[in-house]
Write a protein that binds this ligand. Sequence first.
Ligand code: NAD
Ligand code: UDX
Length: 480
Amino acid sequence: MVKICCIGAGYVGGPTMAVIAMKCPEIEVVVVDIFEPRILAWNSDHLPIYEPGLEDVVKQCRGKNLFFSKDVEKHVAEADIVFVSVNTPTKTQGLGAGKAADLTYWESAARMIADVSKSDKIVVEKSTVPVKTAEAIEKILTHNSRGINFQILSNPEFLAEGTAIQDLFNPDRVLIGGRESPEGQKAIEALKDVYAHWVPVERILCTNLWSAELSKLAANAFLAQRISSVNAMSALCEATGADVSQVSHAIGKDTRIGPKFLNASVGFGGSCFQKDILNLVYICECNGLPEVANYWKQVVKVNEYQKTRFVNRVVSSMFNTVSGKKIAIFGFAFKKDTGDTRETPAIGVCQGLLGDKAMLSIYDPQVPQEQIQRDLSMHKSELDKPPHLRAVSPIAVEQVSCVWDAYEATKGAHGICILTEWDEFKTLDYQKIYDDMQKPAFVFDGRNVVDVDQLRQIGFIVYSIGKPLDAWLKDMPAVA
Ligand code: NAD
Ligand code: UDX
């Protein structure tokens, strides 16, 4: 029986291994983590992450061929294949701070693998890492190997949160990079055999190590670049009377462009896009390519601009001040169908409104109050770390209340900001909401989820990203 151990029971390690266990009943899969509460949660009825379909998969395999354990060293020692899926946040201090990937967790995992191993192993980079990381990991492993043979593979993960299970069941491709030596090729074949249990072989791409590592950064950079491109267009649409949804639809019909990932928004969030682009920028700078670095940097700058633009629009529309005004925030997660708030645009928008002394009433169906309070009182550099690794600032956010109901959030409010595209926001009783709000009542839709005409008929003043402005907003001062 092949034994797999995965170090890191997070958003990637947990779902990925659960699916491998489900699709490969003859393989024993153990997911390990140093953070004990996470392991306890994986072994309980309340999984540590919310992901549609995940619970069913875990329930089917847990205790049969899928196990979650804090006994990291034991299970690494016993495994034939060790996946490393630890977090690789942006460095906050020292050389490359604010851009380079922090490989502390990765390095400590690699040293531990070398220390405890008594048999040959395939070590798989599942985390997103800078190109050439495998070389560094190889050095750590071989210099501490005591005669054991380690083969390093790069197998980046392309799942998106909220659709992780579906993405894992039916991936566009699985990418495996390895050494071109016979041993490297044998390791590639071994990992390919695992995925071939359910992924058609023509979708399993095999490359050299550096191509696999770089392809992951490139894929995220391209995806984020599409969003910044459409968001840049949304600003121009508002200035000209064009409608960004119509523009996206029109350009997406070109088969060379395609329709996906062209939704204008208040900005992209999540733990990956910004971190991976900054990492790419740093690698370009280190390789003497400042023009290339600047090109990608602009994707992040436009994303920041989009959040600032949204806050400025809210404040300028409401007579240039939101001081003391109750504003309902619909959605705090970085996208729908997840409770993850890492780098969510809601943090920047809420902090901007709080800076203008607004009183926020926040509703998100999946994000608990403590999480929201922690995110809003946190220094930015802490935000892309997993919650339990963040340093919590003692500042209490008195202007913030969190509620478990959209109607409660809007009672007596002056405005609503929609920051996550949860489906339920489309079908709320907006007439009832309007009746309970201060007048004029504003809706600022950062995700283009509401029916603008219907809300305007009710009496709302509506701003929807990239849509033609209504007369009220046109009369307000131009936003930066
Ligand atoms: P995460 O923070 O949810 O999980 C990482 C886990 O690793 C944590 O629970 C942490 O306690 C554990 N860990 C850290 N060091 C450890 C060690 N030495 N031994 C044992 N456990 C250790 O992170 P994530 O979102 O799952 O991301 C993991 C990696 O996958 C990152 O490199 C990320 O860029 C990449 N990735 C993430 C996504 C995503 O959607 N979240 C998608 C693709 C790739
Ligand atoms: C992303 C990549 O999609 C995935 O392949 C990779 O493995 C990890 O990073 P994720 O961050 O989980 O996945 O979600 P994604 O669906 O890519 O959304 C990222 C952000 O972009 C979200 O804030 C989302 O709301 C935003 N977005 C997405 C838009 O603003 N417009 C779009 O058209 C699509």
